[in-house]
Design a protein around this ligand. Structure first.
Ligand code: PMP
Length: 427
């Protein structure tokens, strides 16, 4: 049994010794002490089905034995900086990652987070093209560093300190967007930004294939291919932020962009690729990567032996356990069941997403699509009491984000939907 500090004791320390900006979920936050595959356990030994951990860290499941073994073995042998000397771990992982990517996307640079990966992607795009302007989408999240905070366009995650050269295009949001599901119409805004807001040349277009933090917003069909065309005609490169939608999560494909029939010039990866370890990557073409050789560029721990050993183990587990197939099968089943709930409750305005990247948007009025953030928070708290953890997001804070580890089962899906059903029935 757990005999460590209680939740209240931890909270007291946090209040005194941690940044006041640090936040937690739930009115009474969980004190989690252990994780096993798709389950988390609190200090009282209570088990929770973790339907949000997939985004935070894990794709193979908490503490997957193969990944843990890879980490432990490498830690015992060597942990050092990436630069200066040779070590096989980084090279093995880079090769394995390249084998998962299409076209000429085969050169990696490793980082410790998604923010760092996107900062580097933007830097490379600017160096390679000689242009400065970046186009990103409203409602996107790309990180919280100087450049990525500029690219991020979110209501609550934005400190507008540097916004140099970033333009935000109208979001091709099929549910709330002004042009509905007509991707071709939204893309005119990209052309107009280039025409009216730049010299005619841009450095890059950056986008998620499914916006995660933004509330699991899928790109209207046809949008990404058309946007990529326009941006490339203006001399820019296309960056796919796969931090949330990549690494088998959408089920139908290994990468989110693949469902749109596009091949980006730069791909950024983080979060679940390390299954809990800080690991990020930028993968691009040899030609674009060369832009970084004009001067020296390095990252002390980006691509360190332990992180990359974990990354390689993650790719192997995904194949061995057919996690992409599972994401597709169980994710489709879960979405179907959530849609049945939508027929039952007016509160559900929209069910969307792919594989194990699903969103449920709550509204108090279906016609007006009035956001229901209070109901969202309340339901999350109630579901936690029933033993189910989900996340929330979206511009209005009214979207459930359901992003479990990819080993989630049909039984877990049933448990989740039953808990949601019961919660809504009592609201
Ligand atoms: N891109 C996307 C799509 C993300 O969701 C996030 C994190 N929420 C990031 C980038 C930044 O990643 P990190 O928090 O690891 O810096």
């Amino acid at each position: 049994a757990y005999s460590g500090p209680t939740g209240d004791e931890i909270l007291a320390k946090r209040r005194e010794f941690l940044s006041p900006s640090i936040f937690h979920s739930y009115k009474t936050p969980l004190n989690v002490v252990e994780g096993k595959r798709q389950y988390l356990f609190d200090d009282k030994g209570r088990r929770y089905v973790d339907a949000f951990g997939g985004i935070a860290t894990v794709c193979c499941g908490h503490c997957h034995p193969d990944v843990v073994a890879a980490i432990v073995e490498q830690t015992k042998r060597l942990q050092h900086s990436t630069v200066l000397y040779l070590n096989h771990a980084i090279a093995d992982f880079a090769q394995a990652l390249a084998s998962k990517l299409p076209g000429n996307l085969k050169v990696a640079f490793f980082t410790n987070s998604g923010t760092e990966a996107n900062e580097l992607a933007i830097l490379m795009a600017r160096l390679y093209t000689g242009s400065h302007d970046i186009i990103s989408l409203r409602n996107s999240y790309h990180g919280n560093g100087g450049g990525t905070m500029g690219a991020t366009a979110q209501s609550i995650w934005k400190f507008n300190v540097i916004q140099s050269g970033v333009h935000h295009a109208v979001n091709p949001d099929p549910y709330r967007g002004i042009f509905g599901s007509d991707g071709e119409k939204y893309v005119r805004d990209v052309q107009e930004i280039i025409n009216f807001g730049t010299s005619g040349n841009v450095a890059a277009f950056i986008s998620e294939a499914i916006q995660g933090v933004g509330g699991i917003v899928e790109m209207a069909p046809g949008y990404l291919p058309a946007a990529y065309d326009i941006v490339r005609r203006a001399g820019g490169v296309c960056i796919a932020d796969e931090v949330q939608c990549g690494v088998a999560r959408t089920g139908s494909h290994f990468w989110g962009f693949e469902a749109h029939g596009v091949v980006p010039d730069i791909v950024t990866i983080a979060k679940s690729i390390g299954n809990g370890l800080p690991l990020g990557a930028v993968v691009t073409t040899p030609e674009i990567a060369k832009a970084l050789t004009r001067r020296s560029y390095f990252n002390t721990f980006g691509g360190n032996p332990v992180g990359t050993a974990a990354g390689l183990a993650v790719l192997r587990v995904i194949e061995k356990e057919k996690l992409q197939e599972n994401a597709f099968e169980v994710g489709s089943y879960l979405k179907e069941r959530l849609n049945t709930l939508k027929d039952k409750y007016e509160l559900i305005g929209d069910v969307r997403g792919q594989g194990m990247l699903l969103g449920v948007e709550l509204v108090t009025d279906r016609q007006l699509k009035t956001p229901a953030p209070t109901e969202t928070l309340h339901a999350m708290d109630q579901m936690k009491e029933l033993g189910v953890l989900i996340g929330k997001g979206g511009y209005y804070g009214n979207v459930f984000r359901i992003t479990p580890p990819l080993c989630f089962t049909k039984e877990d899906a049933d448990f989740l939907v039953d808990a949601m059903d019961y919660t809504f029935s009592r609201m």
